[in-house]
Write a protein that binds this ligand. Structure first.
Ligand code: SAM
Length: 305
């Protein structure tokens, strides 16, 4: 079976980790390829698809164009593994990905994805519960002093929402903008999916980019000089254990009274390091991180201060 996968981002990374070994993928497809290979497989341009014999194209990119293929050959696997077969049969999905995987995805709760703001500043559909939680929290911060920060920015989707909702706040952006700390041994699909970004691209999507301060490189070294800062809102989204622990050690003592720290992926089955980091932080400081778990796509722990 000739299987092609559209996209080389997080969705493709998750698909290969959870259900489809890269060895079974004939090629990855990008609209305009930005790399020659992904996970050891060739990356071809969308325009080259017409020359290929394709049994199944799995679309993992949010913004894939309409593709000139019959519907029964296309399967949409959206971010965080939401499955859509426009035919409704899921036959091709079962053949390619196996019954157990398809059954599990079909049992998943319905995820609500919708745009929150339609003013052009932030109109892309995202994780509605996560964004709505952020919007609700941002209203609580009016009298709380301090800056905002995100550790783990990637392409700036969540940072853009923070920036749109609280345009008066300084926003520190901590990321390598080139993937995870190599010492952390990230799973291959996860690592490869996070390499393709840049601080310039992130700044372009911020509606109030003048508030952003980019701290590019490995955290916590990139926080040097900011020891005197106070934070009203922090998004900690570093995925892996050591960096999450470094984030807790650095930010928790600097949170303003009334501020919030949002610890993302609290319930992500593939990222156990997030909880492990919180447990290690509690054990070494004796301080409980009393937070409210939220049912966004991979779970966030909302920690008030
Ligand atoms: C899941 S992505 C962040 C997604 C983003 N918060 C969003 O929701 O749009 C995780 C990011 O953490 C970054 N990261 C992880 N550990 C890091 C560290 N120690 N220093 C800098 N960046 C780190 C990775 O480079 C990656 O881009």
């Amino acid at each position: 079976m000739e299987i092609y996968v559209y996209g080389t981002g997080c969705g493709a990374g998750e698909l290969t980790r959870e259900a489809l070994s890269p060895a079974r993928i004939a090629a990855f497809v990008e609209t305009e390829p930005t790399r020659e290979t992904f996970l050891g497989r060739p990356v071809i341009s969308a325009s080259a698809l017409s020359e290929r014999q394709i049994d199944l194209l799995i679309v993992t990119a949010k913004n894939a164009p309409d593709l000139p293929l019959p519907a029964e050959k296309v399967l949409y696997l959206k971010n965080h593994l939401e499955l859509h077969d426009r035919n409704g049969s899921y036959d091709a999905a079962r053949k390619a990905l196996g019954d157990a995987f398809v059954d599990r995805l079909q049992r998943q709760e319905v995820l609500v994805r919708a745009p929150l703001w339609d003013d052009g500043a932030f109109a892309a559909p995202g994780d509605w519960v996560r964004l709505k939680t952020l919007q609700t929290i941002s209203r609580e911060l009016i009298d709380v002093p301090g800056a905002m920060a995100e550790l783990g920015v990637f392409r700036g989707e969540f940072a853009a929402a923070m920036n749109a909702l609280l345009p008066e706040r300084r926003l520190y952006l901590f990321d390598t903008f080139a993937g995870f700390d190599p010492e952390e041994d990230a799973p291959e699909g996860l690592a490869a999916a996070h390499e393709n970004t840049s601080s310039e691209a992130v700044l372009r999507r911020l509606p109030h980019a003048e508030q952003a301060i980019v701290r590019a490189g490995l955290f916590p070294e990139t926080a040097a000089g900011l020891e005197g800062e106070t934070f009203a809102l922090v998004s900690l989204d570093a995925d892996l254990e050591e960096s999450t622990l470094a984030g807790l050690r650095w930010f928790v003592p600097r949170m303003a009274e009334g501020g919030y720290l949002l610890l993302h992926d609290w319930n992500h089955p593939g990222l156990p390091g997030v909880r492990a980091a919180a447990e290690r932080y509690e054990a070494e400081t004796g301080q409980r991180l009393r937070g409210v778990p939220v049912c966004d796509v991979t779970g966030s722990l909302i920690i008030p201060f």
